[in-house]
Structure formats: structure tokens, C-alpha cells
Design a protein around this ligand. Sequence first.
Ligand code: MG
Length: 393
Amino acid sequence: MITTALIVAAGRGTRAADVNGLPKQYRPLAGAPVLAHTIRAFCSAPSIDLVQVVIHPADAELYRAAVQTMVPKMSPPVPGGETRQGSVRLGLEALAVHAPARVLIHDAARPLVDANTIARVIGKLETHAGSIAAQPVADTLKRASPGGTITGTVDRAGLWRAQTPQGFRFAAILDAHRKAHLAGRTDFTDDAAIAEWAGLDVALVMGAESNIKLTTPEDFVMAERLITPPRATAETRTGTGFDVHRLIPGDHVWLCGVKVAHDHRLEGHSDADVGLHALTDAVLGAIGDGDIGQHFPPSDPQWRGAASHLFLADAARRVAARGGRIINVDVTLLCEAPRIAPHREAMRASIASILCIDILRVGVKATTTEGLGFAGRREGIAAMATATVVLPT
Ligand code: MG
């Protein structure tokens, strides 16, 4: 039962563009492109298995830069169509090979979507073919004349403002989109409208006031405020980690999630990735949540030969569960060989991907110990790491 997210980022939406003329989904917001925030929201939702983004064909480079941390849940982007409706249909066709049970369709320009809204939309798909996030209209509605004077008051009872995500049983919404396409209908303003036209029952679930669609420059200012926690309610924590593994005869080592050819391998119960082990302890240390050996005892046979990214991803989940965010991490490897420099960028990308953070927040360095000590004698490799997180107080 696969649940997918389809993020529509193919628009040219330059109304809120900055001086560089960037489409709004690539404009920076609190240190990352808008689209990166949106993708992260779905990648970190536990019930989302796969994230598909539809982009404008001219934006491939912008997309690569925005999503340089290739997250495990991500499917390669697909090009969109002339209209939003066309782009959604092409995205659904691309997802069809995975035969998902459900899809949540979401606008790239709503980066503040929260985990509870996503969960509510998915939950309602148990009983309905469609389920959309929406907000009941709270303001009194007025109808205006062309001259700007009131000609009437509209009854707001039962009126809701539709947001995204809009979730659907996959086969039903793909079928509805195909039918609308064949019928030459291109005038639907959201996917719920297509579902209604196709006769699907679509439920409303409570969205969030903060789930705004970024349109004007003022929206960006407001979103920036909502993302950045006030100083008074957040605090910065730092953790450190250290690890050593012995070198024994072999043909490769795992370091920071990257397989590096070498004339020895590292001995250990798991894949013995000394860099990821030190970093896992640093992340756990920053939130005061024990250490890697406590959560993944070497005595437990299920971790024999385990890939160490599991340990680091678990530490990241523990940070997220506390409402925290990883600000930066830094790893130093101490060894005479292998040479780290040729693999440094791959290691940074690997760590960024596991932690779901931007690669610019990841440091990987290496040093020798001038031939001194166990590392100098090539008997083992050591790693040190630090991690900085912000936590709500
Ligand atoms: Mg270790």
C-alpha cells in the first residue's frame, strides 16, 4: 500500500519573483529554496513512501541545485505540461509504474504544510475517494460592484477555502484526469474539481492557517517569520562523537556512507562505518539521548552487517520527534589511507541525504596523524564529529 506525494513545481509564477527573475518555487526562503522546504515536509512524513516532483523543462538546473541532497524517497523529476492540470496528469502518469494506492497532490508554493495536515488528508482516504485540506471561511463575504461598492453579503455558511495537499485513491484520480484530458477540459482550478466532475466523493479535512500559498513578496516575509522560531522559544545544542574501528585485510571500507576501494576493510559488527558512527553519537549527544551502542547493541544479531545509515537516520528521527532541527554537522576522519579528498563531496551528499538537510550544512574533513599512533601505523581509522541542533525550549 504505497502512498505517494506529487509536488507540482512546473509553474512560471514570477509574480513574487526576486530581481533574478527566479520562479517563486526556487526563491530562497529561510536559507533554502521554497521547493526544498516543500519536499522536506513530505520526505519527513512517515506515511509518505515516495515523492515525485513535476518541474518546468527549463528548470532542470534550478531543480538540481534545490534538491542537491538526493533524498532516498525521491523519484527523478518529470517535465510538466502547459497548464497546472496538464502537469498533474503527467506526474500521475509517471507515478503509475509504482502502482501506488494513494497520492497527495501538493503545490510547491505551499512550503509550510505541516505533518498533522498531511496525516489528516491521508487518514480520510480510508473512507473517501478524495480528501483535501481546507479552511472554513471566517470572514464575512461581500459581493462588490465594478465600482467597489457592496452589492450584497454572501452567506458564508458551508464555505471553505481549498488548500493542498489534496489526496486521492490513485487509480480514481488518474482515471479522472485522463477522462478530463480526453474531454478537452482544461478549466479545472484544482484536482478536487476534477474529482467532483468525475463523480468521486471528496471530503474536507481541516488544513492549517499557516499553510499559505506564497504569491506576493509579503507572503515571503510572513513565511520567513513562521519558519524561523523566535529566539526566546528555541535553544542551540551541540554534541560530539568519537569512534575507532580496526583495519583488517579486505578490499573496501565504508566511510560516511560511501564505499571506498582500499586494501583493507574496517572490522565491526555492522558495516563499521566509523564516520557515520561518530556522527550518530554527535547527533544523539546534542539531544542528550544516549549513544549508538545503547540504541543498537552490538550484541543484537539483527545489526550484524547493518548499513550504518540506519543508525544515523534513527538519530535524525529522534531530533525531529523532539521538534528539533539539525543546523550543521562536521566529521573529521583520522587516517593515513585511503585518501578522502576524492570522495569528500560524495560523503557530504550521503550525509545530507540521510539527515534530510542541505549539503551546505555538512562538513567532511580528513587528516593524517603524521605516522604517529594506531592511525599512523594504519592499524585502524578514527573519526570525530560534532552536530548542532536547535530544539524548542
Ligand atoms: Mg563504531
